[in-house]
Ligand binder design. Structure first.
Ligand code: GTP
Ligand code: MG
Length: 624
């Protein structure tokens, strides 16, 4: 017989270090960042305590109260109250507080006490509190609250030892759960609890004579109504310049490496093994390889995002953008979900759980896929590198980086426009809720967590290349290679293949927007993942190209497409709903197919119209 493991739950206000504790207890690598609202799901993990108790620990979304005002807060409330389907009540609640900012957590502690479950208070970030000279009378505080208290430094080695020891001591004794007195608190209850929390803080916390002014000093510059926005624009601008200029050497190295590998395979395999040779060279290397060369750019963009997140800048950016976003009918809390969508719309859509109002949440979900996700980077870069010269303007601006910046800006602008339109037509009467987001103190980014974050992203990118993209490539290679050309046929063999048949069938639909049949073939598997389109073009053109297959795909495109076609495809990728997983997540998060269909259709219509206009305008201007 096995004994069921004990269950701990990490509860607390947002951004107090719950996930950091979870990671250091269980050795996991869940996302941690310096802004409120990072965790929006329940995550469970296990570990064994020093005395050998096997423990299951739950990481929960941060919350200021158990009222459950937004979907993420409801998860926390339901678990704490034992109402979550298929989940027993936790045996011990670890209430995690930021030792430098006790006000809101203590109010939550008082509310949690009324649930009547065994509980321990963890004062995390005690390192920062000590550095600032904040002293806390732990014995007195423990007496006042009637709870055991332990301190921790979640992000330092050995920083949770004390917590583990005290957890063992706590679990060694049996604890009766008192009857729950919890009822949804009224505003008056919350005010009373806040007064009590303030009284306790006044009694036990001594603040330093010299308060921390670094955060205030930085904020007086970066939150400035004018300079703040200028700084934000400069940061984004530098980021896209870096994506192009820094990544270039590494990308060239990778792409030369793949070309050499393709040549090697070509030379090593006997001519009679033509089919295998074609599969390896055209399917695998020209296809999957053409996506993998974008790894350096993915790494650079995430390095920037993660550094800014960990530093504490992202919440400031949200604050700066609040006015502009409000004008477009978006809730201030939509900023972070939209920002996460730069990585991928899926976590972005999940992050909308922090928005309590359903309409505000829906608007954000609707436009999240318009933000430029990292899967578009390979598509954009490929086309930009092929068609935009790498000239330097005014001595410091890389033209390719500038175009990339423009594509991102186009995504953001169209998202804001769609939101304003949706607001106008769908829910004009809905008054915007006031925006409140705690601005975290600045923290020096931690090298280790940045490294883990970048590594995780790089791994995900390569994993996709090795799974989704690879399997799509096998399919495309097959479709582009069979049926083989009859003996004595003229022209490239691919013209007789299934791919050409499918492409030609779709071509009439796409001709008005300037796409040829090869692009048509690339778009459908591109639904599995946007990068697949790049790989598909690599394979189709390299099969078609025969002997010159070793040419880099970019050079082939520059010869085969007009500039009008290239621009049209870039614009298509800003808008098109080219991602089946995003649609599936919209369906799950909105609880039905309706909004998934709406998103799909509006994005498709937008893509078609915008590409149509771009292509025809470009042609009229004579861009060939
Ligand atoms: N110096 C220091 N930093 C910490 C400590 N614990 C967490 N941090 C940092 O605090 C920030 C927030 O940590 P998270 O673990 O994401 O906080 P959370 O409580 O899970 O936040 P939500 O999921 O938004 O509720 C991160 O930047 C961490 O690196 C600590 O003990 N000391
Ligand atoms: Mg968290």
């Amino acid at each position: 017989m096995t004994t069921a493991s004990l269950r701990l739950a990490l509860v607390g206000a947002p951004n107090t270090g719950k996930t950091s504790l979870f990671n250091s207890l269980t050795g996991s690598r869940q996302k941690v960042a310096n802004y409120p609202g990072v965790t929006v799901e329940r995550k469970s993990g296990g570990f064994v305590t020093p005395e050998g108790r096997s423990v299951t620990v739950l990481d929960l979304p941060g919350t200021y109260s158990l009222r459950g005002r937004s979907p993420d807060e409801e998860i926390t409330r339901d678990i704490v109250l034992g109402r979550f389907d298929g989940e027993a009540v936790p045996d011990l609640m670890l209430c995690v507080a930021d030792a430098t900012n006790l006000r809101l957590t203590l109010r939550l502690v008082l509310e949690l006490k009324r649930v009547g479950r065994p509980m321990m208070l963890v004062l995390n970030m005690i390192d920062i509190a000590k550095r600032r000279g904040v002293t806390i009378d732990l014995d007195r505080m423990s007496q006042e609250l009637g709870l055991p208290i332990v301190t921790s430094v979640a992000v330092r080695k050995g920083g949770v030892d004390e917590l583990l020891k005290r957890t063992d001591e706590f679990l060694a004794k049996s604890h009766e759960a008192a009857a729950s007195e919890w009822t949804t608190p009224t505003i008056a209850d919350l005010k009373a609890a806040q007064r009590e929390a303030d009284r306790i803080i006044a009694a036990v916390v001594t603040l330093p004579t010299k308060p921390d002014t670094l955060t205030n000093r930085i904020d007086s510059v970066v939150l400035h109504p004018v300079w703040g926005l200028v700084i934000l624009a400069v940061i984004l601008f530098v980021m896209f310049q870096a994506v192009f200029t820094w990544a270039q050497p590494a990308m060239e190295l990778l792409s030369d490496g793949f070309a050499a590998l393709g040549q090697l395979i070509h030379d090593l395999l006997p001519a009679s093994w033509g089919l295998l040779q074609s599969f390896l060279q055209n399917g695998l290397i020209s296809g999957v390889g053409s996506v993998i060369v974008f790894l350096p750019q993915i790494i650079i963009i995430f390095l920037f995002i993660l550094l800014l997140e960990d530093f504490g800048y992202m919440a400031r950016a949200a604050f700066l953008m609040d006015r502009i976003m409000g004008g477009a009918g978006l809730h201030g809390r939509a900023f972070i979900p939209l920002l996460s969508s730069f990585a991928c719309a899926i976590p972005g859509i999940m992050a909308t759980r922090v928005i309590d109002n359903r309409r505000d949440r829906l608007t954000t979900i609707l436009i999240a896929p318009l933000m430029t996700c990292s899967a578009r980077i390979p598509v954009y870069t490929l086309i930009i590198s092929a068609f935009v010269p790498a000239t330097t303007l005014w001595g410091f601006v890389n033209l390719q980086g500038l175009v990339m910046f423009g594509l991102y800006a186009a995504g953001i602008t169209s998202a804001l426009t769609v939101s304003a339109i949706a607001k106008f037509f769908l829910w004009r009467d809905h008054a915007p809720a006031p925006f409140m987001l705690e601005l975290p103190d600045y923290k020096m980014p931690r090298l280790k967590s940045i490294a883990i974050g970048v590594f995780t992203r790089a791994k995900m990118f390569l994993y996709r290349a090795g799974t989704t993209i690879l399997s799509m490539m096998v399919l495309i290679w097959f479709l582009a290679s069979f049926p083989q050309a009859p003996a004595g046929a003229e022209g490239p063999a691919i013209n007789y293949s299934f791919a050409a048949m499918i492409g030609h069938a779709l071509e009439p639909l796409l001709r008005p927007i300037g796409f040829n049949w090869q692009i048509a073939v690339a778009l459908i598997p591109g639904m599995a993942a946007r990068e697949v389109a790049v790989a598909a073009l690599g394979t189709v053109y390299s099969i078609e190209g025969g002997k010159e297959a070793a040419d880099a795909i970019g050079q082939v495109l520059a010869q085969k497409w007009t500039l009008a076609t290239a621009l049209s495809l870039l614009v298509w990728y800003i808008f098109a709903p080219q991602c089946a997983s995003t649609l599936a997540v919209i369906r799950r998060e909105t609880g039905g197919a309706k909004w998934m269909v709406v998103t799909f259709l509006y994005m498709l219509a937008l893509a078609y119209v915008a590409s149509f206009l771009t292509f025809n305008l470009a042609q009229a201007l004579g861009l060939h």
